[in-house]
Write a new protein. Structure first.
Length: 318
């Protein structure tokens, strides 16, 4: 469910009562999923709605793993020592000495509140009673605590606390053991690119919108995410980065060089940063610089035809 009162999907979801995912805990429902090596979890005393794309990312809950607890209550309730940090159009952030608090508004009032620890690993999500009741009617479960925009803020905050971790606006294609990242903002051609590669033998689209990158021992890995775009393609697979391609529409496929400062600026624009946290933004910039030191980024002008795929494959073979 998104801000503004849009309906939850009426089918294609799981709840935490899936016995194969493990449900024994202090509370009756527990879900755990892994994205790019990052473990996320939620627990509640009722079934929890789980959007379909998360199905392939589910894993068995770990022992003593940090979780987000879901409760029904008043999301306007203040915490002690709150101070404002960010106020956006539909969500606003405050913080206390030890926690980050995010409230999401609809029709001028908060309908969900998340209070997370300093690293965004655990916390409590409080759903307004009418929001929870609508979810119960539509999907017979409590609302998913990591839905947009609360989930995006929590995930970006979590990644921003890590060295060598990034979340990028990108279509990721796994082919020949490596992942080509086609980067760009909305309208750049990520979904078009995903659909071009979807039918290529031996290729797997990891996501048509967002990719997690993790650095380990000097190697950058790209991982699929459940946060897809219009093509609705999502895979939990991951593999070493094979190439960085900054998308731009053009009449024929060609790659154009970028200077190091321009490449860093362009990648910063297509990366998610915890802009409310200067230290986290600094870690993002440092990670991008290390990524570019290993994998140069070039501008990729492409037409929406199979010629774009052949161009990248030929480049990989050369």
């Amino acid at each position: 469910m998104r801000a503004g009162g849009q309906s939850l999907p009426s089918a294609g979801y799981l709840t935490g009562h899936d016995p194969d995912n493990g449900t024994s805990s202090r509370r009756s429902t527990r879900l755990t999923w892994v994205v790019g090596g990052l473990r996320f979890g939620a627990e509640a005393d009722e079934p929890i709605h789980l959007p379909t794309p998360y199905r392939s990312f589910l894993t068995a809950p770990g022992v003593d793993h940090p979780l987000v607890s879901i409760e029904v209550g008043d999301p306007t309730t203040p915490s002690a020592d709150e101070r404002p940090v960010v106020r956006g159009r539909v969500w606003r952030m405050t913080r206390t000495p030890t926690t980050w608090i995010v409230r999401v508004d609809a029709d001028g009032r908060p309908f969900v509140r998340g209070e997370f620890d300093a690293s965004f690993e655990s916390g409590i999500v409080t759903a307004a009673p009418d929001y929870a009741e609508r979810a119960r009617r539509e999907v017979a479960a409590l609302p998913f605590p990591f839905d947009y925009p609360l989930g995006e803020v929590a995930v970006v905050g979590r990644i921003g606390c890590l060295d060598g971790a990034l979340l990028a606006h990108a279509c990721g294609v796994l082919v020949a053991g490596g992942v080509h990242l086609f980067l760009g903002q909305s309208g750049a051609g990520k979904t078009t690119t995903a659909r071009l590669w979807e039918s290529v033998p031996g290729a797997t689209v990891l996501s048509d919108d967002r990719i997690v990158l993790r650095e380990a021992a000097g190697t950058w890995m790209a991982h699929g995410t459940p946060w897809h775009g219009d093509a609705r393609l999502a895979s939990p697979l991951g593999a070493p980065v094979a190439g960085l391609h900054l998308l731009e529409h053009g009449p024929r496929p060609e790659h154009l060089s970028l200077s190091a400062p321009d490449a860093l600026a362009e990648l910063f624009r297509v990366s998610f940063q915890p802009f409310w946290d200067p230290a986290g933004t600094g870690r993002t910039l440092a990670a991008l610089a290390r990524l570019l030191a290993v994998h140069p980024c070039r501008r990729f002008r492409f037409p929406p035809t199979a010629a774009a795929v052949e161009h990248v494959l030929a480049l990989s073979r050369s």
